[in-house]
Every structure is written in C-alpha cells, then in structure tokens.
Design a protein around this ligand. Structure first.
Ligand code: GLY
Length: 417
C-alpha cells in the first residue's frame, strides 16, 4: 500500500512512523513533511491546503491511501476533492469537519445529540462584549471562533485579561466564543469513526499551558501521556456511549457522516464527562504518545476507516505500558518563535520532528514554534517519563524550552475525580 500523509508536524511524523511499522505499507510520501519525515518518506513541497495540488500529487505517486493530518485542509474540503477523484482518504468531508471548524455547528450537533458541554455565547461586536462577559466567569473561557491551533483560547480568572483577548479577536475580525468553565481533569479521547461505528484509542491527557504547574499562556500542547492511571474503569466506554456515538449518529442523521478521527476533548467533572471541544483530526502532541503504544498495523487500521470497513477490523492491540511525549519549543513560543537555529541530537530514537527543516548545508534547523516531540515508553508512567526526559537531554537547540512536569501529577497520584 502506497500512503500519502498531508501535514508537517509531530503528529504527521508519528503517523509516518506508525505506517512504516506496518508490513502492508510499501511506500510513504509526505506533503510537505519536515526534516524528520524525510528519513521515512519522500517529502513533496506541495501545499496541503490546496485541493488541486493534493489531488495531483496523489495521482503522481499513485496513492492507495491519503491520510490528512491537520484540520485546515479538512475544513477546506481536500478530503472531498480526493474522494471525488477516486482516492481512499482518512479524514472527514468539509461538512463533517465543521465539528471543529465552526463552534456554533458543534454546539448545535451536541444539543441535538443530548451531549453535555459548556454553555456558550458568540459575541461578534465590541458593543456586546461587556454585557456578555458579565454573564460568565469567573473563570472566563474566551475562544477565537476560528481555527487557531489551540493558541486562540484564554482561560483566566482575570476579567481584564479575558476582555483584552476578546477585544483582540474582534479587532482582527474574528467572532469570539464565551463559554462557562468546565471543572475537572481533562481527557483527550481519539476515536476512529466510520459513520456510526466508533472505535476508541487509548485516552490521553495534554498539557496546554506553556509552563510547569500549568502556568503561563495556552499553547498548541506542550506534552502528553497515555493511558490515564486515574481514569476510572469503564469511563472510556461511558464517553463513547454518551458522547462520541451520539455525535457520530447525529452527523450521520444530518446526511454528513463522519469518516476519520473524531477527537473528543472532555473535562471529567463531579457529574461525569462534559465536552470542552471536538476536533476533526488526530491531536498533537497526544498522537505521538498514543501511536507509540499501538501494536496493530496502522496502515490497515486507517485504511479500514477510509474504505468504510471499520466494523470488520479486529480489536486494536496495545503495548502494556505507558508513553509520554515532551514538546521542545523554540524561544518565545507561543509568541512569535525564533527560527533558524541549528538543532543537534535530533535523530535519536523517539525524537519526532515538527518545526524543523534542512538548511542549504543539510543541517537541521528550527522553523516553527513546537520544534520537536520527544517520546518515551515504559512499563509505567515513571519509566516512560524517565526515558522521554533522558532522550530530550541529548537534544540541543539554543533558546529552547520545555515543561519538566509532563505526566508528573498523574505519576504522583495527584489527579483525582
Ligand atoms: N492537543 C490539542 C490539539 O491537538 O488540538
């Protein structure tokens, strides 16, 4: 099977690594990929958000399967164009991708499906802002109502900070979503979905704030671990039954069935799980940890979704242990990152690339905010954390930073429901 992966992040590097381990996968291509994916796949300098360019590339490489990593091409309909051209695609249609692309659509689907989520209001004019803020908080949750790679969310007990972020979004012409704050530890549950068939992967937890002890602004994600030792037995099944399957059924009922990866971001409160957000694709960096534990063949698994045969797939198999991923970020991330610095030690085991490229001399240099994802695996969280941080110690990038506490609260038994 020849597989083309669209995207350039750590998530796509993890997908390519997983695909490379599947004996049925004979050839790998990435567009555009990064300096790390170049050792697994042929990188093509093609814009993944251009449907025409991606279809042309899929034809050129005679792809048997196209896997779309990021949300932007999905929301823009790249999966639809590929399907119309006769390709098997892992990733939802533009209409189904609205579950991530439009917060209003997601809220409407959840209301119709009877799924618990935060109360929300859209504000699209500065004149409405103060009155709307009075109807929420503290704590205030202010989201840019567009695709903002996680960085468009501010969660704060400070009304002035909430107001400033909302005003900033409005000034840039983006409506703002105000939400009630959902208390409780967060879970990312990734589910393979093919119409109304739902198969969950292992649950993971992301660390969204830039600094240790959840200090500082939100990022796209600074690290993650899987599985979750504190999650009660049966909770994954409860989330599938009460949240993901009803949403998948509602999308199918509307004539826009979901095919791909439906990511439920949840807070587990005193009265059960509530949805923080849905995404229409694998999460980053959780994917780097989750796929590290998957022993089932990834190509066959994604192909089953793409060809509408998920219901015939054998149960997924996993390593019996834990995985941890720590993100190495460039100086000043999540602000405008410094780029162009030389990275050393970036070719070791478990070192996945995201914001990297090869310079004219063939050196690996930084080219984005989240530069590398370093993964460790072990029989438990302590061993996985130790391996991840050990591997990270071998990587050097001037000015870079990372969190030292990924998975630590769970390892120390400090997360409870
Ligand atoms: N880990 C957060 C995201 O992928 O959106």
């Amino acid at each position: 099977m020849r597989v083309l992966v669209i995207g350039s992040g750590g998530r796509e590097h993890a997908l390519l690594l997983g695909l490379d381990r599947d004996p049925s996968v004979t050839e790998l291509h990435a567009a555009p990929g990064n300096a790390g994916t170049a050792s697994l796949a042929t990188n093509h300098q093609v814009d993944g958000a251009s449907a025409d360019a991606v279809v042309a590339l899929a034809r050129e490489v005679a792809a048997d399967l196209v896997v779309i990593g990021p949300e932007v091409p999905l929301v823009l309909g790249v999966a639809d164009a590929l399907r119309d051209a006769g390709f098997a695609v892992f990733g939802p249609s533009a209409q189904a991708a609205q579950i991530e692309g439009s917060k209003a659509f997601a809220k409407d689907v959840m209301a119709a499906a009877g799924v618990k989520t935060a109360r929300a209001e859209i504000v699209d004019s500065p004149a409405e802002l103060d009155a709307a803020l009075d109807r929420f908080g503290p704590t205030w949750v202010v989201k840019d109502d567009g695709l903002a790679a996680g960085k468009g969310v501010v969660v704060t007990a400070d009304r002035a900070a909430a107001r400033a972020h909302a005003a900033d979004c409005l000034e840039n012409g983006h409506p703002v979503l105000l939400e009630s704050f959902l208390d409780g530890p967060e879970v990312s549950l990734f589910c393979l979905v093919d119409g109304d068939t739902v198969v969950p992967l292992l649950p993971a937890q992301d660390h969204k704030r830039v600094g240790d002890d959840d200090q500082g602004p939100n990022t796209g994600g600074m690290g993650a671990y899987t599985p979750l030792p504190w999650l009660p037995d049966g909770m994954v099944d409860q989330i599938v039954d009460d949240v993901v399957r009803p949403v998948a059924a509602e999308l199918a009922e509307r004539g826009t069935p979901f095919s791909g990866l439906l990511y439920a971001g949840l807070a587990i409160g005193a009265d059960g799980p509530a949805v923080v957000e849905f995404n229409c694709r694998f999460g980053d960096p959780e994917t780097q940890a989750v796929l590290d534990l998957l022993t089932s063949p990834l190509g066959e698994t994604l192909n089953a979704v793409a060809t509408g045969t998920l219901d015939t797939l054998p149960p997924l198999q996993w390593f019996d242990g834990s995985a941890v991923v720590v993100v190495l970020a460039a100086e000043n991330y999540p602000g405008t990152p410094r780029t162009g610095d030389t990275i050393t030690g970036a070719s070791g085991d478990g070192v996945l690339h995201a914001g990297t490229k090869l310079d004219a001399d063939g050196h690996i240099v930084s080219s984005g905010g989240r530069v590398l994802s370093v993964v460790g695996r072990g029989k438990d969280l302590a061993e996985a954390r130790a391996q991840a941080y050990d591997r990270l110690a071998g990587v050097k990038l001037p000015g870079s930073h990372y969190r030292t506490d990924i998975g630590l609260a769970a390892e120390e038994g400090r997360i409870s429901l």
